[in-house]
Write a protein that binds this ligand. Sequence first.
Ligand code: FMN
Length: 374
Amino acid sequence: MSFNSFGHMFRVTTFGESHGPAIGCVVDGCPPRIALTEADIQPYLDRRRPGQSRFTTQRQEPDMVRILSGVFIDAASGRQVTTGTPIALVIDNVDQRSKDYADIKDKYRPGHADYTYDVKYGLRDYRGGGRQSARETAMRVAAGAIARKIVPGLNVRGALIQMGPHRIDRARWDWAEVGRNPFFCPDAERAAFFADYLDGVRKAGSAVGAVIEIVADGVPPGLGAPIYGKLDGDLAAALMGINAVKGVEIGAGFNAAALSGEENADEMRMGNDGKPAFLSNNAGGILGGISTGQPVVVRFAVKPTSSILTPRRTVDRYGNDSEISTKGRHDPCVGIRAVPIGEAMMACVIADHFLRQRGQVGEAPAWPFAKPAP
Ligand SMILES: Cc1cc2nc3c(=O)[nH]c(=O)nc-3n(C[C@H](O)[C@H](O)[C@H](O)COP(=O)(O)O)c2cc1C
């Protein structure tokens, strides 16, 4: 059984391998009449693109997206809009160097998926990691750009908040800073430290992990499909589905276990706008699998890159003990480029639930409710 699609109403299917001619996706279920051109998608791909700084892989992929279907010029507005039919997107692979991978053809990189792909399928495309490569995630970012256009007022932003054991100082959090350094780090001081730290890691041929935080503002209350399609459950699955992600938490997450009931409960007052105001957000904007209207806050942990220069003990596919040292081009901290990928996955899940809510419930009931007459 293969699963290369996710989402229900907003459904994304990706295809392609790292060293094939192209990667692509089909986005099905996008509503019609949404303005869409390549220019709406490209800026997000440019944020994920490799080779932009010395801190990411030097593979040079322009990642120029082409829309193959699902759009048409609207006669009324003269703009190119979605038609409601499947939107196919494709990106050519242009900088493959398959010979870089000859050494790992028969050997398994510890920490990578080489062994599991081999043992499951009986063969694997070892060139650049084939389908297990995070090259595929470019298409998720492209789909995420479309998803962002579906929910009015939605703003999904991500930031790298920890690299290796080093955390940012949350008191220095500045969203504007995220676009000013190569780490998507909201703490300028920490970002300067990360540059030296990661240079050392990179020169040593090693790798480090990271923690990413994604915040979605403007998520309307009521999204999520209890019991088996809870918003937090679907977000966790989507983020866990990103390569190298080993943990996901929502709101206070694992720290919630250490809080008292009083500390954890997000108290409520009536806000001036007639809506409830929560006095804290330990829930991460989700209660009972349903969005509260507060910002949805998730974090995910990314492990260190498995392809490292340091020789590691392993076995080969013919059952012999061996040793491996991975040359070629790799990110010393894959968590950096995971930031735009995490944002995209979150946007796709929220767009999917937005359309599902519209399908099942339609117009949200007016709140607060009129008190029934006694
Ligand atoms: C943006 C990004 C780039 C990645 N690049 C590499 C890489 O260059 N080398 C590597 O060993 N792993 C890389 N990975 C991680 C592997 O794809 C991943 O560890 C592998 O497929 C095994 O899957 P798992 O770690 O989810 O179990 C990258 C991950 C991301 C998110």
